[in-house]
Design a protein around this ligand. Sequence first.
Ligand code: GRF
Length: 196
Amino acid sequence: MVNKIRIGVLASGRGSNFQALIDGAENGEVACNIAVLITDNPNAQAIERAKKAGIPVEIVNFKSFQKREDADKRIAEILEQYSAELVVLAGYMRILRGARIFERFKNKIINIHPSLLPQFKGSTNSQKDAFEAGLKESGLTIHFVTEDLDGGAIIYQEKVDISECKSAEEVSAKILVREHAAMKKVVDNFAKGKID
Ligand code: GRF
């Protein structure tokens, strides 16, 4: 029996990395059970993807919390409630804050970033940054999430040749394909105890 890791996914938008995990879980490529999707955006496309796959959705409305930390505390509670063992940030557009979530999920929160960190650390449009800088090479990074934004230890990094790309959109598309593969591989490696 393959040990399947229970994951909680946080996503704010399109959710294509989330979809890669759904597909990977379904076809056996990734040894995971997706316990819950948590989003801060009631209009996120990720919600539709979750519903289609029968994955519970929890929407955390940040405006309903007086203190920012309380919203993150709520996220930690949801993750505990669904017994998440690994937390995957897949296009989650907020910065995690508050001691509780980092204490409870120490070294169990990962993020995917579309650049070769520390390059374009903290940027929300690293693909455009790379294109505008005229780089021939960019890539992606999967790293542990800590209180230092995009600064946690690197788990996996992959270079992508963008020298032929004619626009920032082309750069994004080229990196995104590799993101999906990397996301699946890294989560599967967690399940198999190759990363801890
Ligand atoms: C990805 O490029 C990811 O690296 C970044 O945000 C984007 C999310 O895309 N953090 P999607 O929502 O997974 O389609």
